[in-house]
Structure formats: C-alpha cells, structure tokens
Design a protein around this ligand. Structure first.
Ligand SMILES: N[C@@H](CCC(=O)N[C@@H](CS)C(=O)NCC(=O)O)C(=O)O
Length: 223
C-alpha cells in the first residue's frame, strides 16, 4: 500500500491511522503547494497518479487507486477489523462514524479550505469563519459530555477532526472559545501514532514550498 500524502494536509489522518494499526505501508509525499502538484522524490506530476490532484490517495496492493479521505480511512481501518477504530459494517455505530466523517469532510474541512486561498476576499473569509464557528460550537457542546465525537472510543472520525483543528494556527481561527475541542486536540496529540507521524513529516517540511502563514514560522509547524 502506498499513501500519497502531504505534510499538514488532511492525508495526515490516514497516515496516523496506518501508524495506529501498525499496517505495512509506504508514504509518497506530494508537494501540493506548487502548481502543478508534484511528487517530492522525483518531481513527477501528481495528476499522473491521481487525476483529482488531491491528497490523500491510496495505491492498493492490487494496483487500484482509492481516493477521498473518509473512504480511505474506512478502508484502512477495515484491514484490522478487530481494532476499536471503526465499528463493524452494518452496525448503527458504524453509521455514526460515517456520519461524523461526512460532517467533518463537508462542513468542517471545506469551510476551512477557503481560508487558505490567497485571493479569497476578506469579507468572504469572514463568512466562512462564522460558518466554521457554528460547526465547531456544535462539536464543542458534544465534547462536554464525551471524549470523542462518537463517544468513549477514539475512531477514524476523530483522527480526521483532529487534523482539521490542528490547522488553527495557520488560518487564524482561535480555539480559545472551544475549550473541549482544545482538550480533545491534546488528547489525540498524546497518542504515540501522532508523535511518530510528527517525526516522519518533520524532514519533509524542508522539501516543500509551504505558503507563508501569517505569524507562523517553520519552527511552529515542526512542533
Ligand atoms: N475530496 C477530497 C478532498 C481532499 C483535499 O481537500 N485535499 C487537499 C489537502 S487537505 C488537497 O490535496 N489540496 C490540493 C488541491 O486540491 O489542489 C477528499 O475528501 O479526500
């Protein structure tokens, strides 16, 4: 299995879950901060791998390519069906995880995305910030009662949410109004898989053309 990933991107959730489960894999890093996107090892075009031109993408041992983070996360977790990261297919608990994967993917991830765009007018960014605030408030209220989005167990949906809220320093939304989300972030950040993930991506920062994020230096990104 080869995961096409980029440091700081949503692909980090899939990378973390591969590490959580101890599954054999390779990581091929993609520079998504240059146009056209390229594989950082050999400079070849990423569209030749994934015509959608986005990470994550997973090359299966069969040679087929699987895309979409919410689906890749389920595929990886299903390779170890006895783990607690994803309930069995067909159970209501599984649909709960899928429900959250969908919410994080469409309502959280794609609200933060426009805050990246250098040419997005400030007024439009403000609308996205307000939408993001409503959605984070909903999750904040849920996390008053439970440590993870579906209850007591850490699942793949938490990994996805974790990577999204880890973007906080780069896109000027502040987690201070969401103390339970901040605690959730700390809880997931203490998992050994995340520490291993940080070690693996640290050298890659030198090799990609990261955009300049206001008030955030390279040192902060490495932490
Ligand atoms: N629909 C895709 C979206 C993934 C996505 O937005 N990936 C971002 C990184 S977080 C990306 O590759 N952006 C580069 C681009 O779209 O050009 C999914 O769910 O996997």
């Amino acid at each position: 299995m080869i995961l096409y990933a980029s440091p700081l991107a949503c692909s980090g959730a899939a990378h973390m879950i591969l590490l959580e489960l101890g599954l054999p894999h390779e990581i091929e890093f993609v520079d998504i901060y240059v146009q056209p996107h390229v594989l950082i090892d050999d400079g070849s075009l990423f569209t030749d791998v994934n015509p959608k031109n986005s990470v994550p993408a997973l090359r299966l041992d069969s040679g087929e390519l699987l895309t979409e983070v919410g689906v890749i996360l389920q595929y990886i977790a299903d390779l170890k069906p006895d783990s607690s990261l994803l309930p069995k297919a067909g159970s209501l608990a599984r649909y709960r995880v899928m429900e959250w994967l969908s919410y994080v993917g469409s309502d959280v991830h794609k609200t933060i995305g426009p805050l990246f765009h250098p040419h997005m007018p400030e007024a439009a960014k403000e609308i996205h910030r307000q939408n993001l605030h409503r959605r984070l408030t909903c999750i904040e209220q849920l996390l008053v009662h439970q440590p993870y989005v579906t209850g007591d167990a850490f699942t793949v949906a938490d990994a996805y949410l974790f990577v999204m809220i880890g973007w906080e320093p780069y896109f000027k939304f502040d987690l201070t109004p969401y103390p339970n989300l901040a605690k959730f972030h700390g809880r997931v950040a203490s998992r050994p898989s995340y520490m291993r993930f940080r070690q693996i991506i640290a050298p890659v920062f030198e090799r990609v053309k990261l955009p300049i994020f206001p008030n955030v230096g390279l040192e902060a990104m490495r932490r």
